[in-house]
Design a protein around this ligand. Structure first.
Ligand SMILES: *Cc1c(COP(=O)(O)O)cnc(C)c1O
Length: 350
């Protein structure tokens, strides 16, 4: 006898964001500042307040209140997750039944499709290029029970306006799962609309603009009925006490958070300004405007440039038709720009 993995697991491989260690990491859209440098005392006090022998608060009430205060929301509509990744998993597991269709868009964050498939829903993919009218038509045509997408978009760096997304929310009975992981860098959030529509879920993460990827903390903001369902379907102690306590302390620091976001946007603008002129090179197709903390460089040479950057100790994210570069510290940006210029000069000379 021998045990056989089922079909959906057989060909899966563990997630590996990057192999090897690199001195400059601009590949994962994290904030470049390390909070411990500024806030070591606040963090250690918060960690010390935790009763390690006790289970966490299953509703993570304090950290949900701090998050709600930061964004001007009703805390009753906020549920915390072990990263927004876990919330994506919980929501797709709970709100879809086996065989249900779910609409994903392209390009987009790969985890949506991944979880949908694990839960035996059927993801169908539609291009973002046709806009929200097209998405509505695709929902109707496929009979999908839900649509999930990031806005602004990871990996393209572009976004749909608030009005466009509202058209979608009001034009369908399907569940709209809107991932606003990067909305802190733009001003088209629908957070103030949650509760007005019975089919709108918004996901937020502390991993990007807020600089806390390590503690794994994300939030789902949903109407009451959906909030209750998510709380019922999640595992009871999904967010550990250290994360709740440290997260609550860090989220209280509203002024500092806004300062840091401004600094990230400034870094993005500086990086964009140095790379944009390289559109003149025959090696580069385009460097479009972005509303996130990363820039996107369309080039046929993505694979070669990616490899050459790794050799110089710089990690960026490679896609088939483009590279995605997270804005870093001024020094990291400068090192990237210098290396990138050298590499494309060499490619031009071939
Ligand atoms: C990074 C990212 C996430 C993951 O957030 P975590 O809270 O770290 O799990 C979710 N959605 C998008 C679009 C992202 O880019």
């Amino acid at each position: 006898m021998s045990y056989q993995l089922n079909e959906k697991l057989r060909d899966l491989t563990p997630y590996d964001p990057i192999e090897g260690s690199f001195s400059i990491r601009l590949d994962a859209n994290e904030a470049y500042f390390n909070l411990n440098d500024e806030l070591a005392e606040v963090i250690s006090v918060a960690a010390n307040e935790v009763a390690l022998n006790r289970y966490p608060d299953p509703y993570a009430r304090v950290v949900c209140q701090k998050f709600a205060a930061l964004y001007g929301l009703n805390p009753e509509l906020v549920t915390a997750g072990n990263g927004s990744d876990e919330l994506i998993s919980i929501i797709l597991a709970g709100f879809l039944q086996k065989g249900d269709k779910v609409l994903t868009l392209t390009p987009d964050f790969s985890m949506y499709r991944f979880y949908a498939e694990i839960y035996e829903a059927i993801p169908t993919t539609y291009s973002k290029e046709q806009g929200m009218e097209g998405v509505l038509a695709a929902l109707e045509k496929t009979g999908a029970k839900a649509v999930i997408f990031s806005n602004p978009c990871n990996p393209s760096g572009t976004g749909f306006s608030k009005d466009e997304v509202l058209k979608l929310v009001t034009g369908t009975d399907a569940l709209v799962i809107l991932d606003e992981a990067y909305m802190d860098f733009w001003d088209q959030s629908l957070l103030d609309c949650v509760g007005k529509y019975d089919n709108l879920i918004i996901l937020k993460t502390c991993s990007k603009a807020l600089g806390m990827a390590a503690i794994r903390l994300g939030f789902a903001v949903c109407p009451e009925v959906i909030t209750k369902a998510i709380r019922a379907v999640k595992s009871p102690y999904n967010v550990n006490s250290l994360t709740q306590s440290v997260g609550a302390a860090l989220l209280s620091d509203v002024e500092r958070i806004h300062h840091r976001i401004d600094a990230l946007i400034e870094s993005r603008n500086a990086l964009f300004a140095s790379i944009k002129p390289l559109e003149a090179s025959p090696v580069i197709q385009s460097v479009p405007e972005t509303v996130t903390n990363f820039i996107v460089i369309y080039t046929e040479y993505a694979a070669q440039i990616h490899q050459a950057l790794l050799k110089k100790g710089i990690a960026v994210r490679k896609f088939p038709a483009f590279l995605r570069i997270t804005a870093g510290t001024p020094a990291e940006n400068e090192a990237f720009v210098t290396a990138f210029r050298e590499i494309i000069k060499e490619l031009e000379g071939r």
